[in-house]
Design a protein around this ligand. Sequence first.
Ligand SMILES: [Zn+2]
Length: 283
Amino acid sequence: MNEKQRTKIFYNDDYVLDSGVETRTKAKPIADLIISEGLSGVELCSPRNATRQELEEVHSLEYVDSLWTGDQNLLRSLLASTGGVLDAVDQALTSGFSGSLSSGLHHAKRTHEEGLCYINGLVLAALRALNVHGLTDVGILDLDAHCGGGTFQLIGNDARVRIADVSTNSYDSWKSFELRHRLKIVRDAQNYLSEVEKALEHLLGVQLLIYNAGMDPFEGCSTGGHPGITREVLQQREKLVADWCRHNNVPVLFVLAGGYKGTHLDLEGVARLHLLTINEFAN
Ligand SMILES: [Zn+2]
């Protein structure tokens, strides 16, 4: 394969925090699978660290201070995995597709961590696309099982950003009367893919798609898992999103978001779910 056609996906071992929480451990087995399975056309790249100034664009000074003076291993993980999202913005706008093996973003609020999310990299990515790259219409697609209330709090008032959120659980739900915002909480798995299609229709015309590609709607996940949402359904979901981006010529970057072990799902199984995203987009 031609070197310049290879998709750059951002990751380094600084992302990983030996915490027992999948949010901060699963990037490593995913990176290992990308290498061991020789995913064609994918190249792992080490990102820059996010800066303190960048974090302060969306989080309060007091909160950023507390991260800076707190657990240094956590801080290292946050700066690397947030930097990866920002590098993925630049890369997606250059080559059409990129991603970062980052998770734990969409519940983070201005002043605090919430639901395992510390830094809202989705919002930072949107701000980079708007303020550094000069875009005027950016879409955030959030297909994590839980709602992205942090994202809505931090960028819901920006008319240049459209949000489409399809969830299977009402945790961190949000409400808006603006037409540019769409939240649907799916109760019946039969309706899941058609709601994803409606979310994509809602985003038609965006200049960049920021995709929070959570795998926790999978029925085998202990957190978020929804009966009837199988691996096959999630594979179809990833194909819908990837085909939509190709068909409409929309540059896209993904991040991992949720995806948790369950009684019959180990960490490698979680990692293999996330590979569905990379396989569909890199094909
Ligand atoms: Zn989730």
